[in-house]
Unconditional design. Sequence first.
Length: 149
Amino acid sequence: MDSFEEASIDIKMEIFEAIEDNYRGVIVNMKKEEPMDFLKFHTMLKASISYWRLKGKKGVWIKLPIELAHLVNAAVKEGFWYHHAEATYLMLVYWIPHEIPHTFPAYASHRIGIGAFVLNQDGQVLVVKEKSGDMTGTWKLPTGVVDEV
């Protein structure tokens, strides 16, 4: 009878560094200074999801700088979807326990604006002249918006 020794294979999969959030999820902040090719990203992503699933994590957030946009397709293939986009990055999300609905909050979709109608004792209305934009030089009621900080 032939005998053989069972070999132990030690496989070490590289996973993404992640910050744990307060809701049993993780946040991955990809760095534009750390270029990554599609195959390595896809392999690490699959290994990371498996690891986070074993650790009981629920949500995964990946902040992907615009310089790494070539990696979006790999994330989408693994089930990630777009949460929101800004000028310099795309935020992707993934819900690990597929059997229950996700609890990701919706992204803000509104801007705060204000307009005023000011009337003095003499019945005069306050108007202002635009200094910039499409309406430069136009007299109008005072208005404004608050930009996100």
